[in-house]
Design a protein around this ligand. Structure first.
Ligand code: URA
Length: 440
């Protein structure tokens, strides 16, 4: 079938055949289908959706668009995690070292920032010398010897997702359950781990805005993973408020290090321990209670911190930045944001806060934008905190003065202040496994 007819069929709400889906993934990856036709197809999927069968075939076609990683050279159980993306989400840099310190191996492929959300690869590249484009041998050796390795989508793994992901980022087609499920699960299947934990973010800073949609996305991904023989589960976690207090690439590395030193913000620490517990549980390390204790001990003994430093060193980065994160540097321009009145912060539009950080240089506005690794936001107050008119509620950091005024306006637009203290935010809403959904 011609690409034009495939677009029309999906636009009109039809169900594509396996042959049509495989043809379009192969054609776009090879370059015979142009960006403009793929963009139209993605927009048709955004509005019309895909059946479970179509999503499973799309995932399989994307996973097999390049090499499938064989992790059998790494001993023991290999556990992977993936977040659907959020603001201030530096959990991989904390959770992967914890799980590695508990005797599992994490060989993980991560992405760059997408839309208003940050990406682990960008955060890691803020460490001087750190390489995120590894050969297969370097990736396996780092995972074997440091216990963890995080690489970008390097080599020839899921080239279809690499192209489609970049196109979705600039065509308004990110927030689609079948497109997110196939993007994430194609990478997870190709990356070869035995166990997969999905961190499905929900709320104003996530691609899924409601717990119901997040559960639907989680159920689809868990079903795809399980059908492919991987132990797969998901936690639905809060992204209605930025995670932790620091947003921006080197700022997030610094906060991850602080958390691995046992001095991180309470929300970030709790979400990371919950994720690590679930990964250890999937890997068969014991009951959830025993796994939680193991994760806490990996932090208090500093074993997890040492694992992060070891990975940084193996991947060419300056490990001193992990033991002395002040070496990452500070942005030269700092601008305080003051509370407009007395009251409580009752809401943070977390997408707006993410866009404010992007406007400071922490994220990309176009595919070609260069990042300012030192740029970002330090949050002094968050949802639920009382504030006094004129006190500093956040600090904007950047290397270019002209960026401050737009970012400040966007930040202020994104917070709501009122007189009533809001109810406390729940951090983890639900667990989704092949057995079903457990509300927490
Ligand atoms: N993360 C991914 O890897 N893909 C998406 O589509 C969204 C978040």
């Amino acid at each position: 079938m011609r690409m034009y007819d495939i677009i029309l069929k999906k636009r009109n709400g039809g169900t594509l055949t396996e042959e049509e889906i495989r043809q379009l993934v192969e054609g776009y990856t090879k370059g015979s289908i142009p960006d403009y036709q793929m963009s139209a197809f993605l927009m048709a999927v955004y509005f019309q959706g895909m059946t479970d069968e179509e999503t499973a075939i799309l995932t399989d076609a994307m996973a097999h668009s390049g090499d499938m990683m064989d992790l059998s050279e790494i001993p023991g159980v290999k556990v992977d995690k993936h977040s659907t993306g959020g603001v201030g989400d530096k959990t991989t840099l904390i959770v992967a070292p914890i799980v590695a310190a508990c005797g599992c191996h994490v060989a993980k492929m991560s992405g760059r920032g997408l839309g208003h959300t940050g990406g682990t690869v960008d955060k890691m590249e803020s460490i001087p010398g750190m390489r995120t484009s590894l050969t297969r041998e370097e990736f396996l050796r780092t995972a074997r010897e440091a216990g963890l390795s995080v690489t970008g989508q390097s080599g020839n793994l899921t080239p279809a997702d690499k192209k489609i992901y970049a196109l979705r980022d600039v065509t308004g087609t990110v927030e689609s359950i079948p497109l997110i499920a196939s993007s994430i699960m194609s990478k997870k299947l190709a990356a070869g781990s035995d166990c997969i934990l999905l961190d499905v973010k929900t709320g104003s800073g996530a691609f899924m805005k409601t717990v119901e949609d997040s559960i639907k996305l989680a159920e689809k991904m868990v079903a795809i993973g399980t059908r492919n023989g991987r132990k797969t589960a998901a936690l639905i976690t809060n992204m209605d408020i930025p995670l932790g207090s620091q947003i921006g690439n080197s700022l997030e590395v610094e906060e991850a290090v602080r958390t691995l030193n046992g001095e991180g913000p309470a929300d970030l620490t709790e979400v990371c321990l919950s994720l690590a517990t679930e990964m250890l549980f999937l890997a068969g390390k014991g009951t959830r209670e025993a796994c939680r204790k193991m994760a806490e001990e990996a932090v208090s003994s500093k074993e997890a911190l040492k694992r992060l430093a070891a990975m940084v060193k193996y991947q060419g980065g300056d490990e001193e930045c992990i033991f002395h994160p002040e070496k990452l540097g500070k942005a030269p321009i700092k601008a305080d944001i003051e509370a407009p009145c007395d009251g409580y912060i009752t809401n943070m539009n977390t997408e707006g806060i993410g866009i404010s950080a992007m406007m400071l240089g922490a994220g990309r506005e176009t595919k070609e934008s260069e990042l300012d690794y030192l740029a970002g936001i330090l949050l002094k107050k968050k949802t639920g905190d009382p504030i006094k008119k004129g006190e500093t509620i956040a600090q904007l950091l950047t290397s270019e003065e002209w960026r401050v005024s737009g970012a400040r306006a966007r930040f202020l637009e994104s917070i709501t202040v009122a007189q009533e203290k809001p109810k406390e935010e729940q951090l983890v809403y639900a667990r989704v496994t092949e057995e079903g959904v457990t509300l927490l």
